[in-house]
Design a binder for this molecule. Structure first.
Ligand SMILES: Cc1cc2nc3c(=O)[nH]c(=O)nc-3n(C[C@H](O)[C@H](O)[C@H](O)COP(=O)(O)OP(=O)(O)OC[C@H]3O[C@@H](n4cnc5c(N)ncnc54)[C@H](O)[C@@H]3O)c2cc1C
Ligand SMILES: Cc1cc2nc3c(=O)[nH]c(=O)nc-3n(C[C@H](O)[C@H](O)[C@H](O)COP(=O)(O)O)c2cc1C
Length: 767
């Protein structure tokens, strides 16, 4: 094949090498606009895995690269005069310039033709004579941008400003240095890539950047300011730019996240940064470029594979890897963009939050890297959870939490889940066993399903209620069992279905109206949940009074039942949520329009409940932190204001759920997918929160809690299948100080022994 590679960066060079290695008969030429030795940037970092991959692909260039790699293990986080050092991170780095020299030499040796100072124009007819044109021309790829529709380019320019500098100060650890200045916070990411050279990236928000006047400075002045700001880390060394030709503030960049729907069009194939980018804070751009190159060379040289099939396989496999990294990179980017949220953390927790920001590194991962450090974090967590009373070194999920006078034994909760199994709202034997079993399973706090305040407030004929004495008697039986046989506390979730009422049991069809026996529904406005659902009656003031009083009456019964806590359900599109979301609330009176107005009635209900509920017992509220409808619905920013408003009325915990507020929602699912909302509400609103949504591993729970992303962690579906989730986690993590029903003690110790033996065998096999 006759191939032109546009751009002699890592992608183009390594692809050319990989093609020649597979078939020396390929004619490969590289066209690079710069002269040899002229490049942007300083060092690049790799993982051990990347080194394995390039060693398998080309042992010769890999040997040259690994021979020059700088290694380091520690990460230092400097903040507020403290340095938090954790170890075991295992980085390897090399200078970009040196990497390119090695790859250029290897390419030449294999017969690749290298043309320098060759600016390439995609419109040039000469590209037609090549079988393939590899657009390895970097993130600003002219070859991609000449035809953006063909590649389906999606560019997201991120908020923060950064400048890529270098220094001769040799940092022994990967260093994050956060400095508070008269204009706000600014920070550096620094790492050594050669014995006497380190990368030094300075980053800040656009606001701080402008406040410093960086937008009007020439590079030399910018560098002088950065040297002054970070003097204590530089030990007298200066900062250097290798983009000195750039005038004014042009050396400062905003990171563009690039995705492409298609990686090939005609004879042009995208490779490396031209196809995708991953934020520099997870240091994976060069790794992706090299691995793309290996894969593309593989498929192009596989016998019997057509070009079209080869390109399909190249994109399908590489895109999966890229999407995973871009996901982590997005988390990491957003962490730095929302840094203000975490600056009030104590330095140790701040460092933990920083290390786990991409969600690729978890609690147990950190234990493997640096057990002693992680145990220090655990001790810190327990000390704070117990107001200095405990010196325990144990997983955060087992630490207690105090809400008003209620002591919750640990941080795992059973999330509210409708069971659709009651008749006339009366809990029965099913509920007795269901809740009893889950209380025995070790969770610190058990939420009941949405229990309705009136017959018409039910979602389905199978929903539980609390409006009469019979219901109260049956709930009391459950509460008494929980209190007598477990350490769990129990919270009643109270709600009214509003526009989503009068529907079938969950497993007969979600939100589908009853075939017969429907009852009239009401809501903030006459907006039906879907075309198939009833048009609700907009609530009058008299309706509002009546429903508010029903909530208060239920709270009074709840006191009689002995519940430890009450939650108001103001999420998921039910009655109170229909006031909060602008997608359902079309009122023009004092209860519609602005967020204050939309919150007025839900807050009134909450305040009336709070007044009826004992002052020493806590209350929570469940909210949908987003309508998954962009700016047309409730936004995460509004969720903070909603949480704050309920907290002012006496809410002790915000149960941060999301969505289900309109039928057309566009949720973004994934592991722990709603936790970012809890993080935001907790740390911007400084409120206690509960996170929920696809949290299923003890490791998830511990990472969320230690990073200060929530105070409690709720699991719903995992508890349906495994009521003993918390006890199982305790056995897995070898934690013994948890209430185990005496009847089950034998089973618990056997499980713990077996899990320990399995872990030891797995460790022995790894060695
Ligand atoms: C601040 C910062 C820090 C980074 N840190 C790391 C890190 O630690 N680790 C890591 O792995 N990655 C890092 N990266 C990313 C890394 O630099 C890129 O992901 C990687 O270089 C991608 O390789 P590439 O060959 O696709 O593109 P590039 O390295 O950008 O190479 C493209 C080449 O094409 C040439 N070119 C462009 N247009 C033309 C044209 N029209 N004609 C001729 N030649 C052309 C350019 O001169 C360039 O040499 C970082 C990036 C930034 C911005
Ligand atoms: C069967 C079922 C019933 C549910 N019923 C309720 C409910 O009554 N009240 C409520 O607030 N959320 C309810 N939810 C939502 C859960 O509490 C939880 O927010 C959601 O399932 C996401 O958590 P998970 O990924 O751990 O399942 C229900 C979920 C399920 C699966």
């Amino acid at each position: 094949m006759k191939i032109a590679c546009i751009g002699g960066g890592p992608a183009g060079l390594y692809f050319a090498i990989s093609m020649k290695l597979r078939n020396p008969a390929h004619e490969v030429e590289i066209f690079e606009r710069n002269a040899p030795g002229v490049t942007f940037g300083w060092g690049v970092v790799f993982s051990d895995l990347t080194v394995d991959n390039i060693t398998r692909n080309d042992p010769v260039s890999a040997a040259a690269i690994t021979g020059e790699l700088a290694h380091w293990d520690d990460i230092d986080v400097h903040i507020r005069g403290e340095t938090i050092t954790s170890g075991g991170h295992g980085f390897i780095g090399i200078g970009r310039k040196r990497l390119l020299e090695i790859l250029q030499d290897r390419a030449r040796e294999l017969g690749v033709a290298l043309h320098f100072e060759a600016e390439c124009d995609p419109a040039d007819a000469k590209w037609q004579v090549y079988d393939l044109v590899i657009a390895s021309d970097g993130l600003n790829s002219r070859f991609r941008n000449a035809n953006p529709q063909a590649f389906g380019v999606d560019t997201d320019v991120r908020q923060n400003k950064f400048i890529w500098l270098g220094t001769n100060k040799a940092f022994d650890a990967f260093t994050f240095a956060f400095e508070e200045t008269e204009h706000g916070w600014i920070w550096a990411h620094a790492y050594r890539f050669a014995p006497d050279c380190s990368t030094f990236i300075v980053e800040c928000s656009e606001e701080v950047w402008r406040a410093f006047g960086f937008d009007e400075m020439e590079q030399a002045e910018t560098i002088a300011v950065c040297e002054r700001l970070f003097a204590k880390y530089l030990d007298g060394h200066s900062l250097m730019s290798n983009a000195a030709h750039l005038r004014g503030s042009a050396a400062w960049l905003n990171f563009p996240r690039i995705k492409c729907e298609r990686w090939a069009s005609g004879n042009v194939i995208l490779l490396g940064d031209a196809a995708h980018t991953a934020h520099f804070s997870i240091g994976s751009g060069t790794k992706l470029a090299l691995e793309d190159a290996i894969k593309l060379a593989d498929v192009l040289n596989r016998d019997g594979l057509s070009l079209a099939a080869a390109l399909d396989e190249y994109q399908a496999e590489r895109n999966l890897e890229v999407l995973k990294l871009q996901n982590s990179a997005r988390n990491s980017t957003e962490w730095f963009e929302t840094l203000d949220r975490y600056l009030h953390f104590e330095p140790l927790q701040f460092a933990y939050s920083l290390l786990t920001r991409s969600q690729r590194i978890s609690h147990e991962n950190l234990r493997l890297r640096d057990r002693e450090w992680l145990e220090g974090v655990e001790r810190w967590f327990w000390k704070r959870a117990t107001a200095g009373q405990s010196n325990k070194t144990a997983p955060p999920m087992f630490a207690p939490l105090k809400l008003r006078e209620l002591e919750v034994a640990n941080r795992i909760t059973v999330s509210p889940m409708a069971m659709y199994s009651a008749e006339d709202g009366v809990p029965n034997d099913f509920h007795f066993v269901h809740y009893g079993e889950r209380a025995l399973g070790g969770a610190g706090l058990l939420f009941t399903e949405m229990t309705c305040v009136s017959p018409d407030g039910r979602i389905s004929p199978g929903c539980t209620g609390l409006w009469n004495a019979e219901q109260a008697t049956q709930w009391t039986r459950i509460v008494d069992f929980v209190h007598a046989n477990s350490a769990a506390k129990i919270c009643l979730q109270l709600g009214h279905s509003g526009p989503k009422g009068s529907t079938k049991l969950g497993w007969e069809g979600n939100d589908v109206p009853l075939d017969d026996g429907n009852w009239p529904v009401m809501a903030a406005s006459d907006v039906p949940w879907s075309p198939a659902n009833q048009v609700p009656r907009p609530m009058t003031r008299a309706d509002m009074d009546a429903v508010r009083d029903e909530f208060v009456a239920a709270v009074r019964l709840c006191i009689d039942c002995g519940f430890d806590m009450v939650e108001l359900h103001a999420a998921h599109g039910y009655l109170l949520s229909s006031f909060i979301t602008p997608l359902q609330n079309k009122r023009t009176d004092d209860y519609g329009g602005s967020l204050d107005n939309r919150l007025r009635y839900p807050l009134e209900v909450f305040a009336a409940m709070r007044a009826a509920w004992p002052g020493d017992k806590p209350m929570s509220v469940r909210i949908s932190a987003t309508d998954w409808a962009g700016d047309n619905g409730v936004t995460p920013d509004e969720a903070v204001a909603i949480g704050e408003a309920f907290a002012r009325e006496g809410a002790d915990l915000i149960d941060v759920s999301a969505g289900q507020t309109w039928a057309e929602q566009q949720p973004v699912y994934g592991r722990m997918f709603q936790t970012p909302f809890s993080d935001k509400v907790r740390n911007e609103g400084r409120l206690a929160t509960m996170a929920v949504g696809n949290i299923y591993e003890p490791d998830h729970a511990n990472s969320i809690l230690a990073a200060g992303r929530a105070d409690l962690v709720a699991l719903a579906r995992p508890h349906l299948i495994d009521p003993m989730w918390t006890l199982r986690a305790a056995a897995q993590l070898d934690y013994r100080d948890i209430h185990i029903p005496p009847q089950y003690l034998n089973g618990m110790s056997q499980l713990a022994r077996n899990l320990k033996r399995e872990a030891e065998m797995a460790a022995a096999l790894r060695v």
